[in-house]
Design a binder for this molecule. Structure first.
Ligand code: IPM
Ligand code: MN
Length: 351
């Protein structure tokens, strides 16, 4: 198979972790006789520096033309403490999500048996956790009307959803639940918010199309609590943009390291794959960041292109590296800490 993949390394540790994922994908391509054509493109602070814009048109054209996008990280501390900055790297991410129509953000949380003691949560609570958040990514308060009034002394952001937006996200949720344990949780705040009531009403109306799926409706505050108490009671969870942003960060600590969790953003055409961690500027250029989340994102990419064996080979190499202790310093636990590039080389050789 011939694959065209757009490569958006981005900022901070992005380029380093992306390099490892490329090594791994190229090893998979050799093993299975695929040809991967990588097209690098600029995003984030790197793009602002080069062309003054965090998601340039040229980058968008490359992404649109690709079969998939592999993305590193975005963000630079130089902008974080400057509320007056006119262009920010994160705007590039939001523009990219909107222009590529990446409406469904798939964020799995699972545990690795060899790392179960890395989690801050008790082992008996998290064992067997294997859940997936489907976060709506192109609507809600992130993209609603916002502004200032009263000479700048009053500010507002609005959360707007259409029934169609909820339906297309929920449809993915039902389909995913059908392939898994047929359990779906709709996370909302329907006791207070009108937009949440639209979510609940829309999902309820879809239940009869999927009679085998058992749907629960839970308030976001209660989910925040139960997620760390009994994470293994959840399977597929669907939610709106901001709730999903917050809950998926919370969920990522279950596995023990943010450096492990991959994600996919499914689009109307091209989909995008990225680690859930950020640009981790303190580690940039040091060759110490954990590349596994990006490598596992590449596995999701293959899986979605229906190359299941390829995905499995990557996951199995990752599991072997963890079991053998070929890990970066965040997981080394007093043992030998391998460099980012060494972990990538090891995985590619293993494949
Ligand atoms: C994420 C990030 C982004 C978000 C930021 C960087 C805009 O936190 O992908 O979860 O809030 O969606
Ligand atoms: Mn986030």
């Amino acid at each position: 198979m011939k694959l065209n993949i757009a490569l958006l390394a981005g900022d901070g540790i992005g380029p380093e972790v992306i390099d490892q994922a490329v090594k791994v994908c190229n090893a998979v391509a050799t093993k299975f006789d695929h040809t991967i054509n990588w097209t690098p493109a600029l995003t984030g602070a790197a793009a602002i520096d080069a062309v003054g814009e965090p998601y340039p048109d040229e980058t968008h054209a490359i992404c649109e033309a690709a079969d998939a996008v592999l993305f590193g990280a975005i963000g630079h501390p130089r902008f974080d403490n400057d509320p007056s900055a006119k262009v920010r790297p994160e705007q590039g991410l939001l523009k990219m999500r909107q222009k590529l129509g990446l409406f469904a953000n798939v964020r799995p949380t699972f545990t690795f048996p060899s790392l179960i003691d890395k989690s801050p949560l008790k082992q008996e609570r998290i064992e067997g956790t294997d859940l997936i958040f489907l976060r709506e990514l192109t609507g809600g308060i992130y993209f609603g009307k916002r502004g200032r009034e009263d000479n700048g002394n009053t500010a507002y952001d609005t959360c707007t959803y259409t029934r169609a937006e909820v339906q297309r996200l929920a449809k993915k949720g039902f389909e995913m639940a059908m392939k898994r344990s047929k359990k779906l949780c709709c996370v909302d705040k329907a006791n207070v918010l009108e937009s949440s009531r639209l979510w609940r009403e829309t999902v309820q109306a879809m239940e009869s199309d999927y009679p085998e799926v058992k749907v629960s409706y839970e308030f976001v505050d209660a989910v925040a609590m139960r997620l760390v108490q009994w994470p293994n009671s959840y399977d597929v969870l669907i939610t709106e943009n901001l709730f999903g942003d917050i809950l998926t960060d919370e969920a990522s600590v279950i596995s023990g390291s943010m450096g492990l969790m991959p994600s996919a953003s499914l689009g109307t055409k091209t989909s995008l794959y990225e680690p859930i961690h950020g640009s981790y500027p303190q580690a940039a250029g040091k060759d110490i960041a954990n590349p596994l989340a990006t490598v596992l994102s590449a596995a999701m990419l293959f899986e979605d292109l229906d190359l299941k064996e390829e995905a499995e080979v990557i996951r199995s190499a990752v599991n072997t590296s963890l079991a053998k202790g070929i890990v970066t310093e965040d997981l080394a636990d007093g043992g030998k800490a391998y460099k980012t590039s060494e972990v990538g080389d090891w995985l590619a050789a293993c494949i």
